[in-house]
Design a protein. Structure first.
Length: 370
């Protein structure tokens, strides 16, 4: 039994000329997912399309340019999109559930664990969760940025075996095959360094309806493969290819999963949390956390930027301002301004109460440089 996450983009869900829903593609997708569940697999669908459907319903010819308009259009489109999914899945006696997420839903560890438990319960009930970013409420700094990114985080959350990213090209190429006849298809990426060696060029969405391009799909593959999830980029107009790929056929581009180098908690810190402050460290502190694996102490901090509270995520930077790590901080920015550069044993006297000996404990600290 596999746990499978399938992400389908707006360019695959809609007709590029009319903007209407591509019902034949959606029907094929739903039939494929239903077949997968009947074979004993657990499937999550991450679906774009709410904004695209809303545009079509409202007769808008251009993509919304500001967040409030996008949220309004998404609110119009989300109901229609889910109605289509519900009608078609119901015709095959497959129950679905709608899950709308923002990054803030996953930014607290307790909420992250609750989300995991919800998905597991839905799997036990034989339900297919349909996930989308909650465009109607998300604020810019708490957005996933693109459903490619969201799908990778969901794949990591549910500990998926496979992530399928369905898009408007059949696989990854060395350049955009729609504009470059010399583009070379790539069937397998064993490690991400291959992309540089093959001089892969990436670009933005050309359909004008989606929000991402190949670059967001590669970024998603990096997140997913780092979490041990095999990732595939393939043609969204032929969803039935998913079954063929699972049976061993070489279709699309596969990214091999990487051995987990960090635990689930640190993966969450690295890929889900949005740092809202910066701590600048002296050379001794940089060496202590990056080479010796130690916790960060107040004595090694030379500057604090941003407004944050205890347990928020912050960037850890060297004296040049280059990020070397990320972590969950044990003090607010106000408290740190008072104790930076001080010895741990002096903190209770300075603050007037006994706090943590460490500013960022090594269990909550991830090295990102190198």
């Amino acid at each position: 039994m596999n746990t499978i996450v399938i992400k389908i983009g707006t360019s695959s869900l809609t007709n590029s000329e009319t903007g209407n829903l591509a019902l034949s593609t959606i029907s094929s997708l739903i039939e494929t997912i239903t077949n997968l569940t009947r074979q004993g697999n657990r499937v999550v669908l991450v679906s774009s399309g709410a904004v695209g459907v809303g545009r079509d319903m409202l007769g808008l010819t251009e993509k919304p340019k500001n967040i409030s308009m996008k949220q309004a259009v998404a609110a119009v489109g989300q109901g229609r999109l889910m109605r289509v999914y519900d009608d078609l899945f119901s015709s095959l006696q497959q129950t679905i559930a709608q899950i709308l997420l923002t990054r803030s839903d996953l930014s607290r560890r307790s909420s992250y664990v609750n989300a995991y438990n919800t998905f597991q319960q839905l799997f036990q009930l034989g339900v297919v969760p349909i996930v989308n970013e909650n465009d109607t409420t998300a604020v810019e700094e708490l957005k996933f940025g693109d459903n490619d990114n969201l799908s990778a985080l969901v794949a990591s959350l549910v500990e998926a075996d496979w992530l399928f990213i369905l898009t408007d090209v059949d696989r990854l190429y060395s350049a955009d095959p729609r504009s470059n006849p010399d583009a070379v298809p790539i069937a397998l990426i064993k490690r991400m360094e291959q992309l540089e060696e093959l001089q892969v060029q990436t670009g933005k969405s050309v359909s004008g309806r989606g929000t991402g391009g190949m670059i967001t799909k590669i970024e998603a593959a990096k997140i997913a493969t780092a979490a041990g999830v095999r990732t595939v980029i393939t043609n969204g107009k032929i969803p039935s290819n998913i079954l063929k790929i699972l049976n061993g056929e070489s279709i699309g581009t596969q990214f091999e999963p990487q051995p987990r180098q960090i635990n689930a908690r640190k993966h969450w810190i690295a890929n889900v949390l949005v740092p809202i402050g910066q701590l600048y460290l002296d050379q001794g502190a940089v060496r202590a956390i990056s080479e010796l694996g130690k916790s960060l102490l107040a004595a090694g901090i030379i500057q604090v930027e941003g407004e944050f509270n205890s347990s928020d995520a912050v960037q850890l930077c060297n004296e040049k301002g280059e990020e070397i790590g990320r972590g969950l901080v044990n003090y607010s920015n106000v408290e740190l301004q008072k104790i930076l550069g001080c010895r741990s044993e002096d903190i209770p006297e300075i603050l007037g109460y006994v706090g943590s000996e460490t500013v960022v404990h090594r269990d909550n600290l991830l090295i990102t440089a190198g």
